[in-house]
Design a binder for this molecule. Structure first.
Ligand code: ZN
Length: 400
C-alpha cells in the first residue's frame, strides 16, 4: 500500500462539514464501544450491523456514507481486538482497555462516497454531509490520477493544526533497484550524536525540539495567560499547535532522509534493539530520547530496507558498549567514559564506534549462522527434518 497525501482547499462551510463528518465517526465509534461494554460476546459483525441501526435511530448518522460508517465501526473493533490481543499475549503493564474518544480528527471513506475528477486536482464527496468539491494541493510530481480508480482502496481526511489533508491509500508496490555497494555497517544510536557507525562516521543529532523549546514555552505561556474560552486563547492555541506541528515534521523529515541515505548506500545494516519504552521511563533522558526520534528512524529504515531488499538486522544490546571490538575482552566503563581503551590488545577507539563495530559483528555472526543452517537444511531437504528421519529409521528398526 502506498499513501498519497494532499492538502485540501475549500470554504469555511466545507471545513465545517468535514468537522461534522468527523464528529459522526466519533459518535459511531463510541456507540459501538458502549455496545461492546454493555453486552457480552459482541463480535465484529454485531458492530457492523449496529451501524445500520444507528443510522435509522439518529438521522444525522445516516448523512455519512454507509461504508464510512462501517469504517468507523471497524475502528472500534480495532481498539477492542488490540485489547484482546494484549490480554492474550499477557503483555506486561497496561492492556489498553478501549477508551471513549473525544478528539477524533479523521474520517475514512472506502470506495464509495467520493469521486476523483479526471484532472486529478479535485475531489468531490457525494454523501449527505454536504462536503462537496475540494481542491487537492500537493506535489505536482505525484499525481493520484495516474492510478486506476479501482486501485484506490481508502480515502482518509485528517485534520491537523494547519488545515485538512486527504490521504489516498493505493494498492501498489513501490519498487527500487538497489545498487549493491557490498558494504556492511553497524550503527550505535545515541544522544550525543544521532548515530555512530562502524566506520567511524557520525551523524549529528539535530535536536529539533531543543532548538524550538524556548519558543514553544513562550507560546505555551501565552495560552495559559489568556482567559479561558476567549477568542485570544483560541488564537494562541493555534499558534502553539502550528509550532508543535513544525517540530514534528522536521523530526519526521530528518528520520526519513537519514534512513533513506543509509539504506541506499549499504547492503546490510545492523542496529541495536532498543527498548525505547523502558528507556523513556528515565525522566532525565525522556525528552532527549523523544527528540532523537529513534522509533521513527527505525521504522523508516525497516521500510526502506524492505523496499531495497537489503538486510536490516536488530541485535540484542547486551554489552555492545563494554566489549572490546578487537579482542572481545569486557572493559567496564561508565556512561561518561567516552573512549574505549583496551588493556589487553591496546585498542583505542571512540566509545560509540567500538559499540557500532560490536553490533555489526553480532549481526554478521547471526546472519552467517542462519545462512549455514539454511544450506544445511536444503541439503537434507527431502521433506524430512533430521529428527523425523532418525525416528523413522528407529521405527523401521523396531518393525524389522
Ligand atoms: Zn581488546
Amino acid at each position: 500500500m502506498l499513501i498519497y497525501e494532499y492538502k485540501l482547499n475549500g470554504s469555511h462551510v466545507q471545513y465545517a462539514a468535514l468537522d461534522e463528518a468527523m464528529r459522526i465517526v466519533q459518535f459511531i465509534r463510541n456507540k459501538c464501544l458502549r455496545l461492546w461494554m454493555d453486552e457480552r460476546g459482541i463480535s465484529k459483525n454485531d458492530l457492523q450491523a449496529s451501524c445500520a441501526v444507528l443510522a435509522k435511530e439518529y438521522p444525522f448518522v445516516s448523512c455519512l456514507n454507509s461504508q464510512a460508517r462501517q469504517a468507523s465501526a471497524d475502528r472500534a473493533w480495532f481498539a477492542i481486538s488490540r485489547f484482546y490481543e494484549n490480554c492474550k499475549t499477557k503483555k506486561p503493564g497496561k492492556k489498553g482497555y478501549p477508551k471513549f474518544q473525544h478528539d477524533n480528527r479523521s474520517v475514512e471513506y472506502k470506495q464509495t462516497g467520493w469521486k476523483l475528477e479526471p484532472d486529478g486536482k479535485h475531489i468531490c464527496f457525494t454523501d449527505g454531509c454536504g462536503i462537496g468539491r475540494l481542491r487537492l494541493v500537493g506535489n505536482k510530481k505525484q499525481s493520484i490520477s495516474a492510478f486506476p480508480i479501482k486501485q484506490i482502496k481508502r480515502v482518509r481526511i485528517v485534520r491537523r493544526a494547519d488545515g485538512y489533508y486527504c490521504q489516498f491509500s493505493v494498492a501498489a508496490q513501490r519498487k527500487i533497484e538497489h545498487i549493491s555497494t557490498g558494504s556492511v555497517v553497524g550503527i550505535d544510536m545515541g544522544l550525543k550524536v544521532f548515530y555512530a557507525d562502524s566506520n567511524g562516521q557520525t551523524v549529528e543529532n539535530p535536536r529539533h525540539y531543543r532548538k524550538a523549546e524556548k519558543r514553544l514555552k513562550r507560546l505555551q505561556r501565552q495560552v495559559t495567560r489568556r482567559q479561558k474560552k476567549s477568542a485570544n486563547r483560541k488564537k494562541a492555541r493555534k499558534h502553539l499547535a502550528n509550532a508543535c506541528l513544525k517540530v514534528q515534521r522536521q523530526r519526521e523529515d530528518f528520520a526519513r532522509k537519514t534512513a533513506n541515505a543509509l539504506v541506499s548506500s549499504h547492503d546490510l545494516i545492523a542496529y541495536e534493539h532498543l527498548q525505547i519504552r523502558n528507556m523513556v521511563k528515565n525522566h532525565t533522558l525522556a525528552k532527549s530520547i523523544h527528540d532523537a526520534a529513534w522509533g521513527q528512524f527505525l521504522g523508516w529504515m525497516n521500510y526502506y530496507g524492505a523496499m531495497h531488499g537489503i538486510e536490516v538486522v536488530a541485535v540484542a544490546p547486551h554489552y555492545t558498549s563494554q566489549d572490546c571490538s578487537g579482542c572481545g575482552r569486557r572493559v567496564q566503563k561508565t556512561l561518561s567514559t567516552r573512549t574505549h581503551l583496551c588493556p589487553q590488545c591496546g585498542l583505542v577507539l571512540d566509545r560509540d564506534e567500538n559499540a557500532a563495530k560490536n553490533i555489526l559483528a553480532k549481526a554478521l555472526d547471526r546472519t552467517l549462522g542462519h545462512r549455514e543452517t539454511d544450506t544445511r537444511r536444503s541439503v537434507n531437504a527431502s521433506g524430512q527434518t533430521a529428527s523425523t528421519r532418525l525416528s523413522a529409521r528407529e521405527t523401521g528398526k523396531r518393525a524389522g
